[in-house]
Design a protein around this ligand. Structure first.
Ligand code: FAD
Ligand code: NAD
Length: 475
């Protein structure tokens, strides 16, 4: 193998592997290095997302939701089941199969795009030179006209509750449990806390979530956050806000967590404790001291809008750079960089990166919240539509939640769309497309939506922005 490439990508997560594939499609000679090893000690492409994040979590969310719906909704459909139960080992096996299919799929995609796939460690020595350490420890210097750093992120540890891999675990540990803990504690009511908390709650755990902030889901529209909290409480999740953890200690079979809230010092005893307080960028042993690449005080590689690091032909994408830590944001950055390298036009519109929380009801949004627009001083109007007025949602036995559109009062441009309800993560795609084309609520109003579909809720919310909703009284 020649050691000279047009592009060397370090990291094959959802930011790195699309960068490598697009570079291959652009007829560039490309190599992608990845060091991820799964619990069986085997290398696997796909990074956090495919191995320990998006994909395995969604597999367990789906299984646990089906179980929960069988328990709580089937009777309403007139479906009778005998004694309902589940086999956690089978659920975990299904999840592992989905992960395997996804990660091995990347090997095939690399082949098809002509990407040289390298397993092992990559390190930027200087512009144009990457040191590659293979599985057997042998080292080689690869010459690269361009280098893309896509090394992702790892869970943030909490000093007062250090991971022990057994009782105090991270999100990966929480996806791998082989028994349902009777009492599950979670530190952090963020996306991971809510998704994985939902999985184990539906399977029977008593779930308590300790959140340091006094507000719930501060990044979401507050009307959505309020509605979501109501449903999580109904599911039986005990979410304690304003809880500042001062220590956690595993003792015998249990973990005891000390925290302070506005009532004073409290103790929570659980069987497993998941620490999900965010993730931090990962650059360990990535940059030689004189590589010239700058890392900010929080550990992110510094880049401009087009993911240039400031060192000639060295780029960085995904969780290791600023912006939301989301797979699709990383993917768009990876593809953009590979296109820029090939001298094609490319950009990422950071204003239309959607967020989805895959709970039930699902939560999804794009653009600004009502609170952000109000704070900006811009005059706005709101159009909303509840799923209980949607025939399709009622037929699905899923009437909870609503669609809310925030639009500029003067130009009618859509500024943000917020959905809590069935398939919110799918419905938000229409809003993303609308905002990508700077659509107005009138554009959505004039777009035909099939009946009966959940997407009609978006149509009706757009109509409601001008008090023209048909299927719900206008206010
Ligand atoms: P990563 O996926 O972390 O990949 C980086 C890769 O680089 C890894 O394989 C790593 O081993 C490798 N690497 C690091 N350093 C080196 C080196 N020096 N040499 C060689 N290889 C190296 N996001 C969503 O958008 N939707 C979701 O539903 C979602 N669910 C999630 C659920 C969980 C439980 C978690 C933890 C995360 C979830 N995320 C989700 C976030 C998502 O996983 C990340 O945003 C995404 O994986 C970031 O992609 P990345 O390519 O930047 O980094
Ligand atoms: P997060 O930032 O979503 O939530 C962390 C929560 O922990 C916050 O609410 C924060 O206030 C709280 N917190 C921080 N320190 C604390 C402390 N000491 N005590 C109590 N609470 C504390 O982070 P996460 O849930 O760990 O997820 C990490 C990343 O992974 C996120 O950036 C997210 O975007 C991504 N992710 C995305 C999805 C998805 O897109 N559906 C799913 C899972 C993870």
């Amino acid at each position: 193998m020649s050691d000279s490439f047009d592009v060397v990508v370090i990291g094959a997560g959802p930011a790195g592997y699309p960068a490598a594939i697009r570079a291959g499609q652009n007829k560039l000679k490309v190599a992608c290095i990845d060091e991820w090893k799964n619990r069986d000690g085997k290398y696997a492409y796909g990074g956090t997302c495919l191995n320990a994040g998006c994909i395995p979590s969604k597999a367990l969310l789906e299984s646990s939701e089906l179980y929960h719906r069988a328990e709580t909704e089937f009777a309403a459909h007139g479906i009778k089941v005998g004694s309902l139960g589940f086999d956690l080992a089978a659920m975990q096996k299904r999840k592992a199969g989905i992960v395997r299919a996804s990660t091995t799929g990347i090997t095939g995609l690399f082949k098809a795009a002509g990407v040289t796939a390298l397993q092992g460690h990559g390190r930027l020595l200087r512009a144009g030179v990457v040191e590659y350490t293979a599985a057997d420890g042998s080292k080689r210097e690869l010459q690269a006209k361009h280098v893309v750093l896509a090394t992702g992120s790892v869970p943030t540890a909490l000093k007062s509750a250090p991971f022990d891999g057994a009782r105090i675990i991270d999100s990966w540990g929480a996806l791998e449990l082989d028994a349902v803990p009777k009492r599950l504690g979670v530190i952090g009511a963020g996306v991971i806390g809510l998704e994985l908390g939902s999985v184990w709650r539906r399977l029977g755990s008593e779930v308590t979530i300790l959140e340091a902030l006094p507000e719930f889901l501060p990044m979401a529209d507050q009307q959505v956050a309020k509605e979501a909290l109501k449903h999580f409480k109904k599911l039986g999740m005990d979410i304690r806000l304003g809880a500042r953890v001062s220590g956690a200690k595993a003792a015998g079979d249990a973990v005891s967590v000390n925290y302070t809230d506005d009532k004073g010092e409290q103790t929570l005893t659980v069987d497993r404790l998941v620490v999900a307080i965010g993730r931090r960028p990962f650059t360990q042993d990535l940059l030689a001291a004189d590589s010239g690449v700058r890392v900010d005080e929080r550990g992110f590689i510094e880049v401009d809008e087009q993911c240039r690091t400031g060192v000639d032909n060295v780029w960085a994408v995904g969780d290791v750079v600023r912006g939301p830590m989301l797979a699709h944001k990383g993917k768009e950055e990876g593809v953009m960089v590979a296109d820029l390298i090939a001298d094609h036009f490319a950009e990422v519109n950071y204003k239309t990166v959607p967020s989805v929380i895959y709970t039930a009801p699902e939560i999804a949004w794009v653009g600004q919240t009502e609170q952000e627009v109000a704070k900006s001083g811009r005059e706005y109007k709101i159009g909303s539509f509840p799923f209980m007025a949607s025939g399709r949602a009622r037929a699905m036995e899923a009437p909870a939640g609503f669609v809310k559109i925030v639009a500029a009062k003067d130009s009618d441009e859509i500024l943000g769309v917020h959905i809590i309800g069935p398939m919110a993560g799918e419905l938000i795609a229409e809003a993303v497309l609308a905002m990508e084309y700077s659509a107005s609520t009138e554009d959505l109003q004039r777009t035909i939506h099939a009946h009966p579909t959940l997407s009609e809720a978006l149509h009706e919310a757009a109509l409601a922005a001008d008090k023209k909703a048909i299927d719900f009284p206008n206010r």
